[in-house]
Structure formats: C-alpha cells, structure tokens
Design a protein around this ligand. Sequence first.
Ligand SMILES: Cc1cc2nc3c(=O)[nH]c(=O)nc-3n(C[C@H](O)[C@H](O)[C@H](O)COP(=O)(O)OP(=O)(O)OC[C@H]3O[C@@H](n4cnc5c(N)ncnc54)[C@H](O)[C@@H]3O)c2cc1C
Length: 415
Amino acid sequence: MSGDHSPDTALALAEKLSAEFAQHAAKTDEAAAFPAGNVQRLRETGLLGLLVPSSYGGMGLGLAELSQVARVLGGGCASTAMIWAMHCQQVATLVRHGDERLLRRVLPRVASGDCLLASITTEAGKGGHLLSGLAALEEDGDGHVLRRDAPVVTAGLEADAYLITMRTRPDSPPSDVSLAFVPREDAEVSFRSGWETLGMRGTASVGLTLRTRVSGEQLVNGPGGFPPVAVATLIPVGHLAWCSVWLGVAQGAFRHVVGLLRDPKVRSARDRSELAAHHLARARLKLDTAAAFLQACLDEYVELDARTSAGEGRFSDVAFQLHINGLKVQVSETAFAVVDELVSIGGLRHGYTRSPGNPLERAFRDLRAASLMYANDRLLVANGQLALLDREIRLPGTAGADGTTAFFARTGRDA
Ligand SMILES: Cc1cc2nc3c(=O)[nH]c(=O)nc-3n(C[C@H](O)[C@H](O)[C@H](O)COP(=O)(O)OP(=O)(O)OC[C@H]3O[C@@H](n4cnc5c(N)ncnc54)[C@H](O)[C@@H]3O)c2cc1C
C-alpha cells in the first residue's frame, strides 16, 4: 500500500488495476463469479479506503476522485467497479453520519482493506422503495433482534459488514426507518437465492436472510434517523458513484470501437463511411453530455454540502433533488444508448458477436441493468411531482429569483 495519497496517484493506481481487471472481465461475466482476485487487489492497494479520512488511515480523498476512479475501473470491469462504488457509497454514509465511536471501530479496518461494505435496502414486499422498511427491530428481553430478508445484495456473501435499513419498531409505520451497521461476524447470514442475470453478473448480488442483534450504537444517526442520511448522502453519493461507473463502461466501449475504426487490419470501407461517422458523432455527443451533467451535479453537491455546513443550504432543496435524481435516469439511459449505437457501428461481426475480445455485447448487457438499479420509473414519478414545486425552474448553473445560482440558492437550514 502506498503512503502517497494524492489524487494523481489514486488515479494512476486505478488505471493500473483497471487494465488488470479488463483481462478477467470476460471470465467473470461468463461464470457469473464474484471477482475475488480483483477485490483482493482493491483491498491490498488501499482503494477501499479512498474516502476514509487520513486521520483514520485512509486516502482522505473526496467525491471528485471517487468519480474519476469509478469511471476508470468501469472501463476495466463493470462488476468490480460497481462493487467498489457501492462500498464507497456506504463508506461516505458512515463518514458523514456515523458517531465517533463507530467510526473509530470501523474506518481503520476499511482503510487497511479488511472491511468490504455491502448495502441492504431492497426488501421483498416493498421492492426498491428506499425510504420505507418492513422488517422491524424487535425486543426479545436481551435487546433488539432483526430478522431481514434481503433479495439483492451486491457482494452479499463476500462482504465483511452491511449497512441495513429496517423499520425502527414493530409498531412503527413503514416510513420510520433506521439504518444499522452490522458486521458480518455478528450476523447469522444464510444464502437464499443466486444471481443469474443478463449483466452485472460478477456483482454476485445474491439473496440473503439475516438474523442479528442490533444495539443503539450501531444505528447510524440514531433510531429512525435514516431519511435525512439518505437525502444528504446515500442517494446523492450513490447516484454520483453509480453514474460514474456506467459512464466508464460506455467510455471503455467507445474507446474499443474507435480502436477498431482506426485499425487498418479491421476497418472496412463501410466502417469508414459517413454513416459510421454520423453514428460515432452521436455516441460521442451522448458521452460528452452525460459527463457534463455528472460534473455539474458533482459540483452542485459539493457546494450545497459546504453551504449546508454553514447553515445556508439544505439537501432537500427541490432543484438539487431534481438534478440528482435526473442524473441517475439520464446517465443510466445514455450510457446504454451509447453502447447500443456502438453495436450498430460494429455490426454483427464486431458489435453483436460474443467473444472474449469483444467488450461491446457485455457492456450492452451490463448497462441494461442501470435503469433497473433503483427503478428509473420511481425516480421519474418523484421528479414529475418535484417539478411542480420548482416554480423558478432552476437549471444547473442558472440564477434563481434571489440572484443565486442553483448551486448557491439560499434555502435555509435542514430541519
Ligand atoms: C446490479 C444490481 C445491484 C444491486 N445491488 C443491490 C444491493 O446491493 N442492495 C440492495 O438492497 N439492492 C440492490 N439492488 C436492487 C435495486 O437497487 C432495486 O431496488 C431493485 O432492482 C428494484 O427491484 P424491482 O425492480 O424488483 O422493484 P421495484 O423497485 O419495486 O420496481 C419494479 C417496477 O415497478 C414499477 N414501480 C414500482 N413502484 C413504482 C413507483 N412508485 N413509481 C413508479 N414505478 C414503480 C417500476 O416500473 C419498476 O420498474 C441491485 C440491483 C441491481 C440491478
């Protein structure tokens, strides 16, 4: 593990690892196998601790670096990159909302590569709906017990700890949701269902059943404290991290096709036609616009965070919600559309044929999952309702009625 944790060295490390991961990506996909060797490399190089503050032994880097590294890793192996991105989403949640005792216990382990984190929010009966919980914490005389079905858990059997949502008490409404940090060794974890999917096959997003005791100090932001954590961190960091991975997958596919078109041994007159140029230009435009929206949302989040810390902003700001939800919808659709366009350019032989040397059809299957991973339909329904509330129609970077930009709107403190 290097002692130098500058953004440049993290990026150089990511590029090295991405090239390694690319060599195993076809096999990982074929076998739908958890990429254990790749994750071991993430552990031993310190990348699991990218967001862990240096005071806890981590790299002490921020969301800009998270996004860049996720993109680079996405270009090598989509599944490994998503496992890492989701781990970082959980780390950000702990760093920003965990209490000091919990952080001292967990973050040094994350930084040293001993703790891969997984997320358990999805639940049978409520689907993906993030801000509700069905299984409740129950008292059994000795404390609190949780029995939780978890139908889709990325790296579920390999993770060292979980962040799990749950209903706070048996008599609470589904909207009273708590978030608990649960180390794997403290839980009885049973395998429930496998992961045999079209794409993202290496994420090993299996179904599990868990039984565990949960004490008060494991609850992040206290009992019932999940909604503000989700709005301030879990959702925005998740969308930024996932979108970075998807963009990286599409960018890697684009790079592959440009390489084909430039290769005199491969290219044909058809490939160099005006029609191919037209498709390529469209694919490139989609990549560029998705990257620009991602950057705008990243900047908006970082600035809103600074303003919220100063008591001058709030994460529930309508324009910000519209942008961060819209980002997930836009990039998930656009990254897939880019690869679809690239398959047209490559044709049957270079686009649609399954072979280890052709990353396009794998990228096509991997990116098909993006709109399902927290259903775009849910976000669009939410955004349609939010759009009615945003009378100023503040677009990213444009001025609101009070003369501030969407990044600098004075909206008062979070409740
Ligand atoms: C690669 C991958 C990895 C994942 N990893 C994890 C993980 O680690 N942990 C985890 O907890 N989950 C994980 N998930 C689950 C994911 O985040 C979603 O929760 C899950 O895919 C949603 O499941 P669903 O489509 O069955 O259900 P739903 O979200 O219920 O959606 C089903 C369909 O119903 C419709 N629908 C339902 N409700 C509404 C509504 N209110 N408004 C509009 N439309 C609606 C939509 O059309 C939607 O497509 C992962 C998913 C993928 C694809």
